[in-house]
Every structure is written in structure tokens, then in C-alpha cells.
Design a protein around this ligand. Structure first.
Ligand code: ATP
Ligand code: MG
Length: 332
């Protein structure tokens, strides 16, 4: 069976965009692939993380995945720093990748901002660690959003150069998994910006941990325009906030935008917002409640992650052992 590697950073404030754009898709991949799901804490520390918050965010992300339907028995769910192969292989890949390749990475430029000299070396080398994440398991497929496509290309380049340098056919070139039209959820305060963990305003986000009252308040206060809902998708042109709320409704009810507009077209946003609140609460509440239940006892999540790390290690270690032999290291 083909193998998928997916990772998410434990950087807090998990939101509806993370759920609809990533986690929910991973849940469906479980049918067709052998899946390796990783909480990538080594990636998270490429920018500053407060240690106690990081610990809590690691558990929260793992809990959100399980509560959303990821099965840690059938598939592998673990925490990156608990499997040393990632860091070991990343070092070898640091010596395979060329500085010129990394200089082209747009995410580094965006995240480092103007003060590039002050960014961590880890942030610069991030794509080489990502290549290690994927290739330590010889994963064949990686679900990636637009923002990670360039990094996956670099992973393929590293795989090719490693194979060429050492004259082996060892690493596969992993393919991106395109999961149909991705749901891009926008900020509740500004329809031209995506919903984001790092937005300073909590009102811009539907968090996976929000209770029903908070969800109702955020949706009630979400920015809209004064016009009623249009009856056809073409009527959403130039109305990004309206489009966002309708897209969220469609995604959560597994409908398309045309169906939602056929039902609600012509009505006022106040009424639609109530209907949207009902849908968001109905879909998120079971996940939020299960997350809270799982998080009430750290030992439960910690045990799942420890078991996952053992299983991940069992796949990665033999591959790493071969890599070390190929490179010319002495194997103990
Ligand atoms: P940050 O603002 O720190 O970059 P983020 O909100 O973009 O945080 P990430 O941890 O970067 O969250 O992304 C986790 C996953 O969620 C990725 O697969 C990403 O493509 C997806 N994702 C993030 N934001 C959205 C969104 N608004 N709509 C759909 N998918 C999203
Ligand atoms: Mg992001």
C-alpha cells in the first residue's frame, strides 16, 4: 500500500481553516493509504515557542487529530522529536542540499521578514528537515497545500541528488496529493485574509476549542455587507465576507455553494448567521468535547504518542541504517 506522510506544527490556536483545509482531509486518506501523522515540534521551534505552551500545544494538536477521526491504532500518530531519525537524516540532507536551493525558498523569505540575519538557522534549514520527515519513511505521497509545494519540490531534488551522488536507487520521489478543491477559510474580520493561527484578533478565528456561546458571538459579529444573500454563485463576486460564510456552510454540510444559495438566497445575513452557527456548533461540538475529554488526562495522549513513536521508529530506523551504510558511516 502506498504511504502518506502528513505533518502539522503544534503552534496553538487551531482553527476551522486547519480543520477544513487539512485535518479533515487527512481523516479521509486513511481509507486508501498507510498514513503517518506527525506533530512536527522540531519545525515549530524554528521560531520561538514558550516551553510550557509548546508542551500543551503538542498534546492539543494530537487530541484534535484523534477527536477529528484519525485512528492511532490503524495508522501511526506521533511526535517528531521522539523519533531521532528525523534530526539525524536532516543533518545528512543538510550536506546534500545546496545553499542556492534553500535561497530560493519563499516561505523563509516571508517568515524571516526584513531582519533575515536574525532568523534562526533552523528556519533556513526547515525544508531539509521536511525532506527528512518524508524520506525517513520512504513516503510516496504527501498532502500539501499551495504553501508547501515548493518544499516538496526540494524534497524531490534532495532524493534525486542523494541517489545520484551515491549511485543508488534508494529514495523515492514523493508526489504531492491534491485533495480536490481545497477549502480556504478566510478571516471573519477581513474576507481577503485567510483565517490564521497567528492573527492577533481571536474574533477573526473559529477556534477548535471555542464553546457554543463563543462560536455564536464570533459568527454574529463576523463582518458582512448589508445586502441579502444572492441566489447564484455569480452574485458573490466582490463580496469576500459573504462568500466566506457561505463557503464554510457548504464545506461543513458537504454541499456545494450553489445548493446553499438555492436554499438561503434572498434572505438576510442575520438569519443565515443563525443557521451557520447551528451548523458550526453541530459539527465542532463533538470534536471540541472529545478534545477536552482527551486532554483532561495527559497520560492518555502521552501514551498514544509514545506508542506511535515506537512504531514510527520501527519503520524509520532500518531505512536510516541503510542510509548510514550508503554514506559510509560505521554501523553499530
Ligand atoms: P500560521 O499563521 O502560523 O502560518 P496557519 O493558520 O496558517 O498558521 P499552519 O500550521 O501553517 O496554520 O497550517 C496547518 C495546516 O492548515 C496546513 O495544511 C495549512 O495549509 C492549513 N490551513 C491553514 N490555514 C488555513 C485556512 N485558512 N484555510 C484552509 N486551510 C488552512
Ligand atoms: Mg501557515
Amino acid at each position: 500500500m502506498e504511504r502518506v506522510f502528513s505533518g502539522a506544527q503544534p503552534t496553538g490556536n487551531l482553527h476551522l481553516g486547519n480543520y477544513l483545509g487539512a485535518i479533515r482531509n487527512w481523516v479521509t486518506l486513511q481509507k486508501d493509504f498507510e498514513c503517518i501523522f506527525c506533530v512536527v515540534d522540531l519545525h515549530a521551534i524554528t521560531v520561538w515557542q514558550e516551553p510550557n505552551e509548546l508542551r500543551s500545544n503538542i498534546r492539543e494538536l494530537a487530541a484534535s487529530m484523534i477527536a477529528s477521526g484519525i485512528d492511532p491504532e490503524k495508522h501511526v500518530l506521533f511526535n517528531q522529536s521522539q523519533v531521532s531519525a528525523h534530526a539525524e537524516l536532516a543533518w545528512i540532507f543538510n550536506c546534500v542540499a545546496r545553499i542556492g536551493w534553500l535561497n530560493r525558498m519563499t516561505q523563509f523569505k516571508e517568515k524571516a521578514g526584513k531582519n533575515r540575519e536574525n532568523a534562526s538557522l533552523g528556519l533556513y534549514a526547515y525544508p531539509s528537515l521536511m525532506a527528512a520527515d518524508i524520506l525517513a519513511y520512504k513516503a510516496t505521497h504527501v498532502p500539501v497545500g499551495e504553501d508547501q509545494k515548493q518544499h516538496l519540490e526540494l524534497t524531490r531534488d534532495i532524493a534525486i541528488k542523494f541517489n545520484n551522488d551515491f549511485g543508488v536507487e534508494f529514495f523515492p520521489q514523493p508526489d504531492p496529493l491534491i485533495l480536490g478543491p481545497a477549502t480556504r477559510v478566510m478571516s471573519l474580520r477581513d474576507g481577503s485574509k485567510k483565517m490564521s493561527k497567528s492573527d492577533a484578533s481571536d474574533m477573526s478565528r473559529i477556534n477548535m476549542t471555542d464553546d457554543a456561546d463563543t462560536l455564536a458571538k464570533k459568527i454574529r459579529k463576523a463582518k458582512t455587507d448589508p445586502e441579502p444573500l444572492p441566489s447564484e454563485a455569480a452574485g458573490l463576486e466582490g463580496r469576500p465576507e459573504a462568500k466566506n460564510l457561505i463557503t464554510i456552510y457548504a464545506a461543513l454540510t458537504d454541499a456545494n455553494v450553489a445548493d446553499v444559495l438555492a436554499e438561503h438566497g434572498g434572505t438576510q445575513f442575520s438569519g443565515f448567521k443563525q443557521a451557520l452557527t447551528d451548523v458550526v456548533v453541530e459539527k465542532l461540538a463533538p470534536i471540541t468535547e472529545e478534545m477536552a475529554r482527551l486532554k483532561a488526562d495527559n497520560t492518555y495522549i502521552d501514551a498514544i504518542l509514545a506508542k506511535g513513536a515506537e512504531r514510527a521508529n520501527a519503520i524509520a530506523q532500518p531505512i536510516l541504517k541503510e542510509v548510514k551504510e550508503i554514506v559510509g558511516f560505521l554501523n553499530s
